[in-house]
Design a protein around this ligand. Structure first.
Ligand code: URA
Length: 253
């Protein structure tokens, strides 16, 4: 076992290309935006119902449906992943596929009761390409434009659940909440106060986070699943170590 599991490689970083705001092929493109689809009032169930009809970006066209967050509506701990996978898309429930099963095990090993957490994603529709046979759907990381489009849903979940601590899983969630310069390898495992949303009210960086909330970044469970056999155990240990830090942080708040 690697004595320092937090130094595990981060395959997800190789898979996802960081995108600076306004840079690359999205430059000049009109922003996508879920805002018009949000209900003016209501709690999580009202938002879940409204999200089912979201057309804020083109991802709804290919996906089976919107996958909203699930879990305790007053959770002190919120976990934020990237986007639903194939199984989540078919079942309409976040984190029920292989990554979700690994997350369930890691939470248990870290001493966190999954019944007490709220689990969601930065992007609420499954983005994928098809393999040559057109039978298999292959995960494709959401673009910055799609992630920003979906941010109002995440902001609403944060406001309504009002957690004390957010754990971001992987690069997309980290960038959605901590800004485009976020890197999992450099920024993981340390709880920090949510960034100041700045003069633009958070538009350029992430949703305006509930006051006083802490954020702790870790790897995505899919990165553990994708790791080579030799790396998988230490990456899993790193994920559990970060979740234990999350549990300790919650106890101290
Ligand atoms: N990966 C995610 O980021 N979220 C899910 O719900 C499933 C897999």
């Amino acid at each position: 076992m690697n004595p320092n599991p937090k130094q595990a490689p981060e395959p997800e970083q190789a898979r996802e290309q960081p995108q600076a705001p306004g840079a690359g092929p999205e430059e000049g493109a009109e922003p996508y935006d879920a805002t018009p689809f949000l209900p003016k009032r209501g709690r999580l169930p009202a938002h879940r119902r409204a999200a089912a009809d979201c057309r804020g970006c083109p991802l709804h066209r290919e996906a089976t449906g919107t996958v909203f967050g699930r879990g305790a509506p007053d959770a002190r701990l919120m976990l934020v992943g990237e986007q639903p996978g194939d199984r989540e898309d078919r079942e309409g429930v976040a984190f029920v596929g292989p990554a979700g099963q690994l997350l369930t095990r890691a939470l248990r090993d870290a001493g966190i009761d999954e019944e007490e957490v709220y689990v969601t994603n930065a992007v609420k529709h499954f983005k994928f390409t098809r393999d040559e046979t057109r039978k298999r759907r292959i995960h494709k990381a959401p673009s910055l434009r799609e992630t920003l489009a979906c941010r109002p849903w995440l902001a609403a979940e944060l406001r309504l659940v009002s957690p004390d601590l957010i754990v971001t899983l992987g690069a997309t969630a980290g960038r959605a909440l901590l800004g485009p310069s976020f890197r999992v390898g450099a920024d993981r495992g340390v709880p920090r106060p949510a960034p100041d949303p700045g003069e633009d009210g958070g538009k350029g960086r992430g949703p305006a986070l509930p006051e006083g909330v802490q954020v702790l970044a870790t790897v995505h469970p899919s990165a553990v699943l994708r790791a080579r056999d030799a790396d998988r155990e230490r990456m899993y240990a790193g994920l559990v170590a970060d979740l234990r830090t999350a549990a300790e942080t919650l106890r101290s708040l």
